[in-house]
Design a protein around this ligand. Structure first.
Ligand SMILES: CC(C)(COP(=O)(O)OP(=O)(O)OC[C@H]1O[C@@H](n2cnc3c(N)ncnc32)[C@H](O)[C@@H]1O)[C@@H](O)C(=O)NCCC(=O)NCCS
Ligand SMILES: Nc1ncnc2c1ncn2[C@@H]1O[C@H](COP(=O)(O)OP(=O)(O)OP(=O)(O)O)[C@@H](O)[C@H]1O
Length: 220
């Protein structure tokens, strides 16, 4: 019997089953999807959306709760009053600069927002029925110690140079800002330690789609 890991390859991209896992038979399969900024999580999440999965997106929830009147904005206002504009909206660029240049400010912000984000994500994911996929797209899966929520963890990585190029090119983020966020996140070696599936998104978008299709067949 072969002990080679299961790997699907397309061009420079691959998906490898690093740690086998078991699907539950009486409820939805909960998948944690994570990876560093710009590695390709949202692209993978979209793949799952197109196949009918229930998907919760931590960044989207985080934005929603920071809208005027949102639970998150109310929680952070006493601690970050200078980040709230006169019209009651959040100055996200100002807050980003504050928290990504001062780790203790970032930890404060996270301690206020992460419990709310997690509660709202769980509300969404719990709507998935047995036989369905519940996928949580969460950049800070490891940093928030969320591993135990999931049956299967899919981690995605990509070469640093390409992540920076994709972020500065497609998303209009400055290189300095991208690097500050990368430094605030765990590295790929730590991610691989908990990953059931490891996706290396070093090829084209079509390579990524190809290996995702293979991995998806393997999930059921
Ligand atoms: C600081 C904020 C206002 C900056 O907003 P901005 O619109 O510039 O970025 P956005 O929210 O779209 O996040 C983009 C990416 O930045 C990275 N990022 C965001 N927050 C963090 C963080 N606390 N630590 C490390 N990386 C982070 C993630 O990779 C994320 O995908 C915002 O990111 C925020 O409120 N962060 C705290 C909440 C949080 O931890 N969110 C991450 C999901 S749990
Ligand atoms: N294989 C690829 N080839 C070229 N571009 C890609 C590839 N994969 C993703 N991209 C693009 O790179 C950018 C970052 O990808 P994506 O938004 O999926 O990353 P992310 O991990 O969700 O980032 P964030 O942490 O900011 O949410 C997007 O514009 C996406 O379209």
């Amino acid at each position: 019997m072969s002990t080679d890991p299961v790997t699907f390859t397309s061009g420079k991209a691959h998906a490898t089953l690093l740690h086998p896992w078991h699907a539950p038979d009486n409820r939805a399969l909960w998948v944690g999807l994570s990876g560093g900024i710009g590695a390709g999580k949202s692209t993978v999440a979209q793949f799952f959306v197109e196949r009918g999965a229930v998907v919760a997106d931590a960044d989207t929830i985080s934005r929603e709760i920071l809208e005027p009147g949102g639970e998150g904005l109310l929680a952070i206002t006493p601690y970050f009053p200078e980040a709230i504009r006169d019209n009651g909206t959040l100055d996200r660029a100002y807050l980003a600069h504050t928290v990504f240049s001062q780790p203790e400010q970032r930890e404060l912000l996270e301690s206020l927002l992460h419990p709310i984000i997690r509660r709202k994500a769980e509300e969404i994911l719990r709507t998935a029925q047995p036989g369905e996929l519940a996928v949580y797209d969460i950049p800070l899966l490891l940093e928030t110690h969320s591993q135990s929520m999931f049956d299967c963890i899919v981690m995605i990585g990509a070469p640093m140079r390409e992540r920076i190029a994709r972020l500065t090119g497609n998303r209009g983020i400055s290189e300095e800002s991208a690097r500050a966020r990368i430094e605030a996140q765990v590295g790929d070696e730590e991610r691989k330690r908990v990953a059931n599936w490891w996706i290396w998104n070093a090829g084209t978008s079509s390579d990524l789609n190809h290996i995702l299709s293979k991995m998806y067949q393997n999930l059921f």
